[in-house]
Write a new protein. Structure first.
Ligand code: G1P
Length: 300
């Protein structure tokens, strides 16, 4: 057991190259691609803030400077909007603006894997539990996934919590997979973890779906973590070691999740979030129906 401290900080690993979205990602980080009218990263940050997170930590890389600009105030834009009386737009920007001093940025200097990206945040996190949100995954639910995880964290008196969902048993090699232990509140105890196993080696079809609450002892483990699946330093391998010493729980999220790291997931996210928005829902719905009935595949 570990003593329970409030989860105040969230880490967002945003250093990935986004090769599946080339050529767009030559000039735009994949986290800045838009779902309806806001970048993917905004959805993930919103989820963290709803769960009570107070400080945002971004692990960026080269060519990602625009993410830092996005979370800053754009004085000239605000002035122009004010002069033109665009109060709704001004209010929106104001609502989304992180407060001064409440976000930090550090760089992952080489693409060595998720475990390494998380380790890069160690000084900014310090000696306290933290949330980790993978921005490829965006979720749609009235109550956010991380909020429910914070509840499970509090109910269980601390420890570590990861979000899981079920996948097609044939697709385990795409994810980190956990073994299912005894039930605890809205989740279960994690009984083993393995990164990207073949279906025959997978302990279940519960995959780690991109939200974590972790204790700071993970950083000492990641410091010396060897490369694993894909020749990368894997967070899952580090968590497996931490699970020898600390409690690990899985929260089974049953809302909708979209993998914006894939083209299909990104398109689905756009459709689903457009249909979720009362202001555009009806129009989008009608247009989609018409498109589904009339668009043929391109001949080349
Ligand atoms: C990462 C994690 C994996 C998790 C997945 C969720 O893999 O290593 O455990 O299941 O995110 O998207 P990646 O997608 O970076 O290969």
């Amino acid at each position: 057991m570990v003593t329970m401290q409030k989860v105040r900080k969230a880490v967002f690993p945003v250093a990935g190259l986004g090769t599946r979205f080339l050529p767009a990602t030559k000039a735009i980080p994949k986290e800045m691609l838009t779902v309806v009218d806001r970048p993917v990263i905004q959805y993930v940050v919103d989820e963290a803030l709803q769960a009570g997170i107070e400080h945002l930590i971004f692990v960026t890389g080269r060519n990602k400077g625009v993410i830092e600009d996005y979370f800053d105030i754009q004085v000239e834009l605000s002035n122009t909007l004010a002069e033109r009386g665009k109060t709704a737009e001004l209010q929106l920007l104001d609502e989304l603006q992180p407060r001064a001093g409440k976000s930090s940025f550090t760089r992952q200097q080489a693409p060595l894997g998720l475990g390494h990206a998380v380790w890069c945040a160690r000084d900014l996190v310090g000696n306290e539990p933290f949330a980790l949100l993978l921005p490829d995954m965006i979720m749609q639910a009235e109550k956010s996934c991380l909020s429910s995880m914070v509840e499970l964290y509090e109910q269980s008196g601390g420890g570590n919590v990861i979000s899981v969902e079920t996948c097609d048993p044939k697709e385990t090699a795409k994810y980190g997979i956990v073994g299912r232990g005894s039930e605890v509140g809205s989740g279960f105890r994690v009984d083993g973890m393995v990164e990207k196993p073949k279906p025959e080696d997978a302990p279940s079809n519960f995959f780690i779906s991109g939200r974590y609450i972790l204790q700071p002892e993970i950083f000492d483990i990641l410091e010396t973590q060897e490369r694993g699946a894909g020749n990368e330093i894997q967070l899952t391998d580090g968590m497996l070691k931490l699970a020898d010493r600390q409690d690990f729980y899985a929260y089974h999220f049953t809302g909708r999740t979209f993998d914006c790291g894939s083209k299909e997931g990104f398109i689905e996210a756009n459709v689903a979030f457009a249909l979720w928005r009362a202001d555009i829902r009806d129009k989008v719905r009608g247009n989609l129906q018409e498109l589904m009935e009339t668009v043929e595949p391109a001949r080349r």
